[in-house]
Design a binder for this molecule. Structure first.
Ligand code: BEZ
Ligand code: FE2
Length: 406
């Protein structure tokens, strides 16, 4: 048993002062050091640096590791020119992205406090790295293909990747999962089959949805920038589905939808009524000119996610949280900071079906220590100071084992 002591602990009841956490692989109790020592007299006591806060490990629910080679290759600013640049540069970016590069980005995530993430995988090339790293990975095998002619072949390839992710050892902390690329890029017949695979195997399910205005226009009217795109690359000129039809395909299975920036209030209410959730990607949405998710208006659970380096500049959860503070500039900042911390911990864990994300008994002991440069004036300010001041966390524990820190 270990007992980790800090000035503050972030618990489901908020920040508590002068307490400690007792844990082995799982968290056993949160209490004063004296009481914990009375129960666990042989425990190893670990004292954190002054002004430290213990958080549950942060969770990045949506990231594309395979695109980690992008720095300046892709065109930012507007969704359609960006997608065109992805098609033009995809092969080169994939070639330049080796295991070493992906491993480095997983380390960067770890140092920012990310102990679990949802890897959206187009080709399965990051599976080897995801099995080696200490973090928990929900491995979302992505299905793509709107053209009926190639749909069966693409679906077959998808099934092979699902199988490969199912054969990971338990020690790897990989959970196999299913991702649908988007309503514009997946034929409804294979979409339905893939949703069935997720349901039958109780796998987490995810999809990009209503990321851009162009996507909305294409799905609603069959017009706009996507028309040229599909004529150019796929020799087609009509969308394969509608917004309604796509949403209905997920009616009976809670799904994690990335972006939803262009969803209407009614559509968001519908997603909420079906138990779905949103991966909110502030920097990706800003960099691709997609708009702002009105988090102050939504009543469904959301996480905060980095998306890939194909639409971002880092995979740090704290960089993302700082961006969220700036993007939602009309929301009172203390309340927003508290909401963002919850989104990136307990809400994200619930969304991905992971038994972590909360510092309470019986949760997996995925813990991080954030050390502030000075003492906060009140505990209500700890969330904001943590977001503003943290570039790297000072310690990381996964399932009770120290992975990072002195
Ligand atoms: C498609 O198969 O329709 C597709 C693939 C990549 C990007 C966009 C659409
Ligand atoms: Fe994405």
């Amino acid at each position: 048993m270990k007992i980790l002591v800090a000035d503050y602990i972030y618990t489901p009841k908020g920040f508590v002062e002068y307490q400690a956490v007792a844990f082995d692989e799982k968290i056993h109790a949160v209490n004063s050091l004296e009481s914990l020592l009375a129960t666990y007299p042989k425990a190893e006591i670990i004292r954190t640096a002054p002004h430290s806060v213990i958080y549950p490990g942060f969770i990045n629910t949506h990231v594309h590791l395979e695109f980690s080679a992008n720095k300046t290759s892709l065109e930012y600013g507007s969704f359609m020119p960006w997608l065109d640049s992805v098609i033009a540069n995809r092969d080169e970016l994939m070639q330049n992205c080796d295991n070493k590069m992906m491993q480095k980005e997983c380390d960067n995530m770890l140092h920012s406090g990310i102990t679990a993430f949802g890897a959206i995988s187009s080709f399965g090339t990051e599976l080897e790295v995801c099995q080696k790293i200490p973090q928990r990975v929900v491995f979302f095998n992505e299905l793509i293909g709107s053209n009926a002619q190639y749909a069966d072949m693409l679906y077959g390839d998808f099934l092979e990747r699902v199988k490969a992710s199912q054969s990971c050892s338990r020690a790897s902390r990989v959970t196999p999962a299913v991702a649908i690329h988007s309503p514009y890029s997946v034929h409804p017949v294979i979409l339905e089959k893939a949703v069935t695979v997720a349901k039958q195997n109780s796998m987490p399910l995810s999809a990009h949805f209503l990321e851009s205005q162009a996507e909305r226009e294409w799905l609603e009217n069959g017009t706009g920038e996507f028309k040229n795109f599909f004529e150019k690359y796929f020799n087609t000129s009509t969308p394969v589905t509608t917004i309604e039809e796509f949403m209905h395909a997920f009616d009976n299975y809670p799904t994690h939808f990335a972006h939803c920036v262009q969803a209407t209030k009614d559509e968001l209410a519908y997603l909420s009524s079906k138990g779905h959730s949103i991966a909110h990607c502030p920097r990706s949405n800003r960099y691709l000119g997609c708009g702002r998710l009105k988090i102050e208006e939504i009543d469904l659970p959301f996480s905060v996610a980095t998306d890939g380096l194909s639409s971002n500049d880092s995979l740090s959860i704290f960089d993302e949280l700082r961006a969220a503070l700036m993007l939602h500039n009309d929301i009172p900042i203390q309340a927003l900071a508290a909401q963002l911390i919850k989104a990136a911990t307990s809400d994200a864990a619930e969304i991905l079906g992971l038994n972590c994300g909360k510092i309470e008994a019986d949760r997996l002991a995925d813990l991080v220590v954030v050390t502030l440069p000075d003492l906060p004036q009140t505990k209500e300010e700890v969330a904001l100071w943590s977001i503003i001041h943290t570039k790297k966390v000072s310690e990381v524990y996964i399932e009770g084992e120290k992975i990072y820190g002195k």
